[in-house]
Ligand binder design. Sequence first.
Ligand code: HPA
Ligand code: ZN
Length: 319
Amino acid sequence: MWPTAELHIHIEGTIESDLLVRLARRNDIALPTYDPDELTARYVFADLQSFLDIHYSNLTVLRTEQDFYELGLGYLNRAAQAGVRRAEIFFDPQTHVGNGVPFADVIGGLSAAIAEGERTLGVSADLLLSFLRDRGPEAAEEIFRTAMPFRDKFIGVALDSTEVGYPPSLFTDVYAMAAAEGLHRVAHAGEEGGPDYVREALDLLGVERIDHGNRALEDPELVARLRDERIPLTVCPLSNVALRTAPADLSEHPLRTMLDEGLVVSINSDDPAYFGGYIDENFRAVTEALGLTRGQQATLAYNSFESAFLEPGVRQVYL
Ligand code: HPA
Ligand code: ZN
C-alpha cells in the first residue's frame, strides 16, 4: 500500500449505511428501511443526478455537532488504514444549514474530528468549503458570508453537485471573494460537463486543481495546457464507473491516457460509502484493471502530494 494524499473526498459521501441507520434512529429521522445492507443495495445509479438525489435525502440524518464529529472521525480512521497521510476534505454546508443545522455545529464537529485524527492517527487534514452549483451564485455568496467568522477553520473553496447547466462562470464573484481572503480554490469540472467547463474553472475561477477533469481529454489543446502548467486532476475511478461517466470496464478508464499524456493525476474515492471503495480499493482496482507498473503507481502517489495544499517545507517531508 502506498502512502498517499486524498484530495477529492466529500465527507458526506463517507456516511456508511450502518452510521446512517444509527444516526436516523438517534435523531428520529425516517428511512425507507433500517437494514444497512438493504440501504446499500439501493445504491445503483444511472448518472450523477440519480446519486445526488439519494445522497441529499440521506443527509437529513445529520443533526448535531456530535453527528459531524462521528462522520469525520469515521472517515479519518478508514483513510488512515488506507495509507492516507494527508486529506483535503470537501464539506457541503448549504445542505446542512438548509436542513436546519447551524453552520457552527457543522464546522465545529468536523474540525474536532480533524484535530482528533491528527493527534491519534497521524493524518493531517483540512477542510474545503464546497458550494452547491445548482443552488446558484447568490446562495454561494450567502454561505460564504456565513462561513467568514470561521475563516481559520477551512483552507479553501470548491464547487460540486449537478454540473451540466451550472457552468463555472456563474461563480466568478464568489471565487474572487475567496481569492481575496487568501483561500485555495478548486472546482469539479469535466465530470459530466465538457472541456469548456474545465477551461472556465481555470480562466474565470482561478482554480489550482480540477476535480475529475475526465472530459478535458476531448480537447488536445487543453490537455497540453494541463500538462505544461502541471494543473492537477483529482480522478475518482470507482465513482466514474458507478455514475457511468467512464466505461463500465475499468480497463478502459481514461486514467491510462492521462498517465500517458503526462498529466498530474491522483487517485481519490469521491463518495466511498456509495461507490464501492475507499482510496486503497480505488488504487487496487485501477492497478489491476490497467496493469499499472510500480513506477506508475509511485507516480500516482507522488502526484497526490505534489497536488496537495502543503507548505513547501512540509511537502518535502512527504515527497
Ligand atoms: N460530483 C458532483 N457533486 C458531488 C459529487 C460528485 O462526484 N459527490 C458529491 N457531490
Ligand atoms: Zn466529487
